[in-house]
Design a protein around this ligand. Structure first.
Ligand code: SAH
Length: 347
């Protein structure tokens, strides 16, 4: 769930991702690229100033994300429970599910992701897992229980990390799972230790997709598996350099409310993984499977309980709710794609 804070103005001008930039090794580190607005004020003062400006915009994004989840996770949990991601539905099903039906769809998202990646229940190899962008730890607790594995979750939000640990204790899982505040782009882990590296709907927050993927690969054990489930923009057609202006404009409006930097496509992720010689790379577009999700969130927000909770959370939550129709429009018009990308690190 991407909720509801308006960003500080510095975030509005974060650099837009261009597909070509991911293909060009010199531009792989997106967060080192200054925004055009910052560039005009700093370029003449030399590269040190440019780097400082880029660093501060990355910091502003990190702070914004942390604040945003600090403030909105309670509301989401109250209404939707501990999974802060889309549900997975049969395509074309006209969904009028109960709350529990939607929660089952969120669990199904985890199950379908594991299945797609070939991680089965009989899997004995999954002993230690990192949940990158863990929210309040729904995936970690589920995966730890399913595989008897140890899970470590990281989030930028101290409120989420605390709540995730409290829930683990309440569910007698604190010997298996733990959560901490840490940056996915600079993880506090040694190289090559995790059998499963899990990123459920956090990649879209990463300002530097290349660095993000490299960091996921770094912490994966030889033979371990990476699963990235994330919001993407559509793949560009042959010869296309960028999205259409109206498409970019739609995404920019979503970014402003949901604390997202520039988006990339599923193909960009695949190419990054290929460039790092990962094996068994698989990907899919699950946009049709998630289509019922945001309309359901709107319906929930329009219930008495939803409205009261929303009003209690204040203007920023309301702004977030008002952005949901843009997500629906993005899916309907084919600009937004819900992608899964998975691969294995060579032995
Ligand atoms: N995976 C969770 C939560 C998804 S919400 C679930 O499915 O329930 C997105 C999460 O990504 C939040 O917890 C947010 O703090 C985290 N996140 C975003 N950017 C991050 C970063 N740079 N480092 C660590 N976590 C990050």
């Amino acid at each position: 769930m991407k909720a509801t804070l308006a960003p500080p103005s510095s975030l509005i001008s974060l650099p837009r991702h261009k597909v070509s930039s991911l293909r060009s090794p010199s531009l792989l580190l997106q967060s080192q690229r200054p925004s055009s607005a910052l560039m005009t004020t700093t370029a003449s003062r030399g590269s040190v100033a440019v780097t400082a400006a880029a660093t501060s915009s990355a910091e502003a994004l990190r702070e914004g994300i942390a604040e945003f989840y600090n403030e909105t996770s309670g509301l989401w949990e109250e209404i939707w429970g501990d999974h802060m991601h889309h549900g997975f539905y049969d395509p074309d099903s006209s969904v009028q599910l109960s709350d529990s039906g939607h929660r089952e769809a969120q669990i199904r998202m985890i199950e379908e992701s594991l299945r797609f990646a070939g991680v089965t229940e009989e899997e004995k190899k999954i002993k230690i897992v990192v949940d990158v962008g863990c929210g309040i730890g729904g995936s970690s607790r589920y995966i730890a229980s399913k595989f008897g594995a140890e899970c470590i979750g990281i989030t930028l939000s101290p409120v989420q990390a605390k709540r995730a640990n409290d829930l683990a204790t309440a569910q007698s899982l604190s010997h298996k799972v733990s959560f901490q505040v840490a940056d996915a782009l600079d993880q506090p882990f040694e190289d090559g230790i995790f059998d499963l590296v899990w990123s459920m709907e956090s990649g879209e927050h990463m300002p530097d997709k290349a660095k993000f993927v490299k960091e996921l690969v770094r912490v994966t054990a030889p033979g371990g598996r990476i699963i990235i489930v994330t919001w993407c923009h559509r793949n560009l057609s042959q010869g296309e350099e960028s999205l259409q202006p109206w498409e970019q404009n739609l995404l920019d409006r979503i970014c402003k409310t949901f604390y997202l930097p520039a988006w990339c496509s599923t193909t960009d992720y695949v190419e990054l993984l290929q460039s790092l010689s990962l094996q068994d790379i698989k990907y899919a577009d699950w946009s049709e499977n998630v289509a019922p999700f945001w309309p359901a969130v709107i319906r929930t927000a329009l219930t008495w309980k939803g409205l009261v909770s929303l009003l209690r959370s204040g203007m920023k939550s309301i702004k977030g709710a008002l952005t949901i129709p843009l997500m629906i429009e993005g899916y309907k018009k084919g600009v937004i794609k819900f992608g899964i990308i998975t691969c294995q690190k060579p032995l």
